[in-house]
Design a binder for this molecule. Structure first.
Ligand code: GDP
Ligand code: MG
Length: 784
C-alpha cells in the first residue's frame, strides 16, 4: 500500500488513483459528476502558469481543478494508465431497423402519439459536444430564441427541416442532472414538466465516458431517447471504432453515429428520433446497478427505495428510478417535490445509511461510482478507443505555448492585440471606408435629387440632417462590429476561451472573481447583452452577480462610433492610442471596482473551478456565418428602429420651439429647453451644452445614438471641435465609456438579477463615470 497523498501533491506527468473525494455539498457532487470518483485513474498534466489551477486527465478527457479543491482529494501514486491496447475496427454490421422488436426499445408499453399531435424533442448534451452545430444543421433557419419559463436561461426552439410537425428545444450544455446549477435544474424540469415526446442526446464520441454519465441520468427519466454519437469523423480518423449494435443492446436505446459538422448520419438520426417519439418507445433499460457488483449494496438500496416511494413518484410525475437515485445522492429539491412523510424520509435515510456501511462509500460517491463502473464495462465491450488522436496531440502542442509557463500570458496579450488590430486597422478600416463612401454618395445623390425636384427645405433638412446624418453615421460601423464578433466567436468555439479561464483564474481570484468570469468579460467587448447572459454558466450566484456588474465596463462595439467620431474631430493623429487607452481604462475601472466590492458587498470565496478543456477545434463555417448574420441583423434592426426614430425625434425637437413653430436658432428649440435643464450636471466635466446632454440621453437608448445625435446637432466634425476643449473631449470620451449601459443591457441585467440591481447598476455607473471623467479632465488640464 503506497502512502496517501493529496491530489495537489502530484507533479505534472505523474499518474495517480483517487482514493477518497472530500469536500461537501455542491462542490463535491460536481467533482464526482466530473468523474473524480474513488478508484478513478488520472494523470496530472500541468499547472497553470501562475501555479494554480491544475489540469488533469481522467476517463479520457481533460479537466481543470484548483489546488484548494485538489487538496480535498486523497490519491495514491500509480503507474501509467494501462491504456487499452485493443485496436481494430468493428465491421459495420447492419444497424437494427426502426422499431425492431426488443432490440433497443421497450415495446410492451408502446403508446403511440395521436397522429395529429406535435412531436417535441429536447436536445441534451455536454458543453462542446456539438449541440449548437447539430441544432443548426437540423433546424436550418427555423429558429426561435427565448427563455425558459420563469428563469432566464437561454432557450432556442426550432423546427426540424422537412418535418413541420416537430419542435426541438436546445437545452443548456450540462454534465449531470444534479440540482446545483441553473442549467441542470432547467434541463431537468423541462423534461419532467414539459414532457417532450423524445430526447435527442448528443455526445462527443472522443470522450464517450464523460457523455454517457449524463445519458444514464437522462435514460432514468424514462422518456423516449436517441443517442447521437457525434464527432465520429474524428474518432474514426484516429483508429477508433464503436460497435454500435453492441452499445445499443447494452444501453437499450437507439444509437446513431453522426458527424454534426459534416452532416453525416443526420437523416438516420432524425428517422430514429421521430420513430421512438411517435411510438413512444421508452428505453429498454433503466437499471444500471448490478446485484453482483460490490455485494449489491447500491442495487438493493436503489430498488428498496423505488418500491418505497413509487406512489409519491407517480403522484409527482417523476420516474421512480430517477427519484430513487437522486434521493440517495441527497437531492433536497427532489425530496421536496416527492412530498414524503416524515416516516418515509426516515426509512429512506436508514436504507441509505445501511448502503453506505455495506458499500464502504458515502451516498454520492456510491452512485457516481455505480454509473462510472457501468460505463467502463459498456465501453470495454463496445468501444475501441482511438489512439492518441491527432486532434489531441495538436491540442497538446498548441497548449504548450498557449498555456505554457512563460508563454501563456504573452500569447494572450498578443492574441487579443491581434484581434483588435485586425478588426480596426486591417479588415474593418477599409470596409468601413468603403461603406462610408457609399453612404455619403447616396446621401449626396438623394440631397441633389430633392433639391432638383423642389422639395421643401424642411423635408430636405429632415432627410439629410436627420436621417442620413443620424443613421448613416452609425451604419458604417457594421463591418467592424461584425468582424469583432467573428473573432470573439472564433476564440470561444475553438476552445481557447476555456484556456484563458484556466490561465487567468489565479489573477482573477485576487479581485474576487474566477477564471470563468473572463469569458463574459471578453464577450462584453462585443456587446454587453450576450455577455450578461453568458454569465449564466457561472456556478455561484455571488460570482454571477459580480461578473454581471463588471461586464458593462468592458467597452462594447456600440461605443466605437463615439470614439471614432470624437478622435477624428480632435486628435486624428492619436486615434489608435486613445482607443486603446479607453479599452484599458474600462478594464482598470472594472478591476478597481471589483476589488472594492470584494471588500464590501461581495465578501466570500469564489466558486469551484472544475471545467473541461476541450480539444481545439475549428468552428464550422456555417455556424460562424449564422452568428455573424444574426449580429449584423441585430445591428441593422437597431439602426433602423431605435436610432432612426431617435434621429427623427432629435431633429424635430431641435427645429421646433415649445409653441411648435419652426425655429431658426436651435438655442430656442424644445430640445435646448428640455436638455438644458440637466446640462449643468455636466458643466464641471467641460461639456455643459444642452447638445451634449441630449446626445448622452439618446445614448441611453443605444450607444451609437450619441454619434447620430451629435452629427444631427453639430453637423460633421469641425463644428464640434470648436465646442469643446481637448481635455473636455477626453472627459466626454471617458464619460461615454463608463456611464449607464444602454436600455437593452439594462433589460438584460434586470432579467438576470432583478429591477433593484439594474437600477443600482445605472446609478453606480453614472456616478463612477462622472467622477472618472472629471478626474481625466483635471488631469489633462494640468498636463496640457
Ligand atoms: P456545443 O458547445 O455543444 O454547442 O458545441 P458546438 O456546436 O459549438 O461545437 C463545438 C466544436 O466542435 C465546434 O468547433 C464545432 O465546429 C466542432 N464540431 C461539432 N460537430 C463536429 C463533428 O461532427 N466533427 C468535428 N470534427 N467537429 C465537430
Ligand atoms: Mg453551443
Amino acid at each position: 500500500m503506497s502512502e496517501i497523498l493529496k491530489l495537489s501533491d502530484i507533479k505534472p506527468g505523474e499518474y495517480a488513483k483517487v482514493l477518497k473525494t472530500g469536500g461537501e455539498g455542491a462542490l463535491r457532487q460536481h467533482l464526482l459528476d466530473m468523474g473524480l470518483t474513488p478508484g478513478a485513474a488520472l494523470q496530472v498534466i500541468k499547472y497553470a502558469p501562475m501555479g494554480d489551477p491544475l489540469e488533469l486527465r481522467i476517463h479520457g478527457y481533460e479537466l481543470t481543478l484548483r489546488l484548494s479543491e485538489a487538496a480535498c482529494i486523497d490519491v495514491e501514486r500509480s503507474d501509467a494508465e494501462t491504456a487499452s491496447t485493443r485496436t481494430g475496427i468493428y465491421t459495420d454490421i447492419e444497424h437494427p431497423g426502426l422499431g425492431e422488436y426488443g432490440k433497443t426499445h421497450d415495446k410492451s408499453t408502446e403508446d403511440p402519439l395521436p397522429k395529429t399531435s406535435r412531436i417535441t424533442f429536447a436536445l441534451a448534451g455536454n458543453q462542446n459536444s456539438g449541440k449548437t452545430t447539430l441544432f443548426n444543421a437540423l433546424t436550418g433557419s427555423n429558429q426561435h430564441v427565448g427563455n425558459f419559463p420563469g428563469v432566464t436561461v437561454d432557450r432556442k426552439d426550432g423546427v426540424i427541416q422537412g418535418h413541420p410537425e416537430t419542435r426541438i428545444t436546445d437545452l443548456p450544455g450540462i454534465y449531470s442532472l444534479s440540482p446545483y446549477t441553473r442549467e441542470e435544474v432547467v434541463s431537468r424540469s423541462f423534461i419532467l414538466d414539459e414532457k417532450p415526446s423524445g430526447i435527442i442526446n448528443i455526445l462527443d464520441a472522443t470522450s464517450i465516458e464523460r457523455g454517457l454519465y449524463l445519458t444514464m441520468q437522462l435514460m432514468e427519466l424514462n422518456v423516449p431517447i436517441v443517442l447521437a454519437l457525434n464527432m465520429m469523423d474524428e474518432l474514426r480518423g484516429n483508429g477508433g471504432s464503436v460497435n454500435i449494435n453492441r452499445m445499443e443492446a447494452l444501453l437499450g436505446i437507439p444509437v446513431v453515429p453522426i458527424s454534426a459538422s459534416r452532416g453525416d448520419g443526420l437523416q438516420e438520426l432524425v428517422d430514429h428520433a421521430l420513430h421512438v417519439a411517435k411510438y413512444q418507445e421508452r428505453p429498454l433499460r433503466r437499471d444500471f446497478c448490478s446485484e453482483d457488483e460490490n455485494g449489491g449494496a447500491v442495487h438493493r438500496a436503489i430498488h428498496g427505495i423505488i418500491h418505497l416511494i413509487e406512489d409519491h413518484a407517480k403522484a409527482a410525475g417523476i420516474p421512480a428510478r430517477f427519484a430513487a437515485t437522486k434521493l440517495i445522492e441527497g437531492d433536497e429539491m427532489l425530496a421536496d417535490q416527492l412530498d414524503l412523510t416524515k416516516n418515509e424520509r426516515e426509512t429512506v435515510e436508514h436504507i441509505i445509511l445501511q448502503m453506505e456501511e455495506e458499500r464502504g462509500l458515502d451516498r454520492s460517491a456510491a452512485i457516481a461510482d455505480m454509473r462510472f463502473s457501468f460505463i467502463q464495462n459498456l465501453v470495454a465491450e463496445s468501444v475501441i478507443h482511438p489512439r492518441e488522436s491527432k486532434e489531441r496531440e495538436r491540442s497538446r502542442r498548441i497548449d504548450k505555448i498557449l498555456t505554457g509557463k512563460y508563454t501563456a500570458i504573452p500569447s494572450f496579450i498578443l492574441i487579443m492585440a491581434a484581434v483588435f488590430w485586425l478588426t480596426f486597422n486591417v479588415i474593418g478600416a477599409w470596409l468601413q471606408d468603403l461603406l462610408d463612401g457609399g453612404i455619403t454618395a447616396l446621401g449626396d445623390w438623394v440631397a441633389a435629387a430633392m433639391e432638383h425636384s423642389g422639395a421643401s427645405p424642411m423635408l430636405q433638412s429632415l432627410v439629410t440632417e436627420g436621417i442620413f446624418a443620424g443613421v448613416g453615421s452609425v451604419l458604417s460601423f457594421i463591418p467592424i462590429i461584425v468582424i469583432l464578433f467573428f473573432f470573439l466567436s472564433l476564440l470561444e468555439d475553438s476552445g481557447y476561451m476555456a484556456r484563458i479561464a484556466f490561465v487567468t483564474d489565479k489573477l482573477l481570484r485576487k479581485i474576487g472573481l474566477s477564471g470563468r468570469s473572463i469569458v463574459p468579460m471578453l464577450i462584453g467587448f462585443g456587446c454587453s447583452v450576450p455577455a450578461i447572459m453568458a454569465a449564466r454558466t457561472m456556478p455561484s450566484e455571488r460570482d454571477r452577480k459580480l461578473t454581471i456588474l463588471l461586464t458593462p465596463f468592458m467597452s462594447c462595439t456600440a461605443k466605437l462610433p463615439i470614439y471614432g467620431f470624437l478622435t477624428a474631430a480632435f486628435i486624428p493623429a492619436y486615434a489608435g492610442l486613445v482607443m486603446v487607452s479607453l479599452y484599458l481604462l474600462g478594464i482598470l475601472v472594472a478591476v478597481l471596482f471589483a476589488a472594492l466590492l470584494k471588500r464590501s458587498a461581495f465578501r466570500g470565496e469564489a466558486v469551484p473551478f472544475v471545467m473541461e478543456l476541450p480539444n481545439y477545434r475549428l468552428p464550422g463555417a456555417k455556424n460562424v456565418g449564422r452568428l455573424l448574420w444574426d449580429k449584423a441583423k441585430d445591428f441593422l434592426q437597431r439602426a433602423f428602429t431605435v436610432i432612426f426614430v431617435a434621429s427623427l425625434v432629435i431633429w424635430f425637437l431641435q427645429h421646433f420651439d415649445t409653441g411648435l413653430n419652426m425655429v431658426d436658432d436651435p438655442e430656442t428649440s424644445i430640445l435646448a429647453v428640455v436638455a438644458g435643464t440637466i446640462a449643468p450636471v455636466f458643466k464641471p466635466l467641460g461639456f455643459g451644452s444642452w447638445k451634449f446632454s441630449t446626445a448622452l440621453i439618446t445614448g441611453f437608448m443605444a450607444k451609437e445614438s450619441v454619434v447620430a445625435t451629435l452629427t444631427v446637432l453639430f453637423g460633421e466634425g469641425a463644428a464640434i471641435a470648436s465646442a469643446l476643449t481637448l481635455p473636455a473631449a477626453f472627459s466626454l470620451l471617458v464619460f461615454c465609456l463608463l456611464y449607464t449601459p444602454c436600455v437593452a443591457a439594462i433589460a438584460a441585467v434586470k432579467r438576470e438579477l432583478g429591477a433593484k440591481w439594474a437600477a443600482g447598476l445605472v446609478l453606480e455607473q453614472c456616478a463612477i463615470a462622472w467622477i472618472v471623467a472629471l478626474a481625466v479632465k483635471v488631469l489633462f488640464e494640468l498636463l496640457l
